[in-house]
Design a protein around this ligand. Structure first.
Ligand code: SF4
Length: 199
């Protein structure tokens, strides 16, 4: 049976739980797969395919972030709570901040495009209010995003209305930042028609 595939243009937190209860975490999915394979070898655990196991577990955890072949039906995902989206957005903001710090984050240069995206996200049925009881998570997201958005003023694309946007319930991203980024579009039927992130 064909397996699901991670969408390379989306962030998924690289964590894997081994059958013996050990949790592995790494900076990227590729590093995670290497870590799992090495651990299995050391422990004498039947190796199987670390790549397949890791990807299947990540996809089962976040089905909307993967491509599912017809022969591998997508698992149902229970409704996402505010706290879960809060955590996803925190992880996403951390990954974007890391990209920013190593100089790999690109911004779009068109204020008109920022406003177009803003309008779409403002009326999107998949936008979700996410600020939950985790004050520390909110504070950390705010800290990271202030850092990421620092160049917007000098670039002439600062747009304070962006702060009114809710989270993206599909991608686990924060449109208050994502509408300024020059990221790859995403081929996913989970995204609504008209979504500016949809390929
Ligand atoms: S990114 Fe797309 S799916 Fe997400 S809130 Fe914006 S318009 Fe909606």
């Amino acid at each position: 049976m064909a397996s699901p595939q991670l969408n390379p243009n989306l962030y998924v937190k690289p964590i894997f739980e081994e059958s013996d209860g050990t949790t592995h975490e790494a900076a990227s999915v590729a590093l995670l797969i290497g870590k799992v394979a090495a651990y299995r070898k050391r422990q004498g655990i039947e190796a199987g395919s670390a790549t397949k196991d890791v990807i299947e577990q990540l996809c089962n955890r976040q089905p909307t972030l993967c491509k599912w072949p017809a022969s591998a039906p997508r698992p149902r995902q229970k409704a996402q709570t505010k706290g879960e989206l809060n955590k996803r957005i925190l992880d996403w903001a951390a990954s974007i901040a890391e990209k920013y710090l190593i100089g790999r984050l690109r911004f779009i240069r068109s204020r008109l495009e920022v406003e177009r995206r803003f309008k779409i996200c403002s009326s999107c049925p998949r936008a979700q209010h996410w600020a939950s009881s985790c004050a520390a998570c909110r504070a950390e997201v705010a800290r990271l995003e202030t850092e990421i958005k620092a160049p917007l003023g000098p670039m002439g694309i600062r747009f304070d209305d962006a702060e009114k946007l809710n989270g993206c319930g599909v991608l686990g991203e924060d449109p208050r930042v994502s509408i300024f980024l020059d990221e790859q579009k995403v081929a996913s039927s989970n995204l609504p028609t008209g979504c500016w992130r949809r390929a």
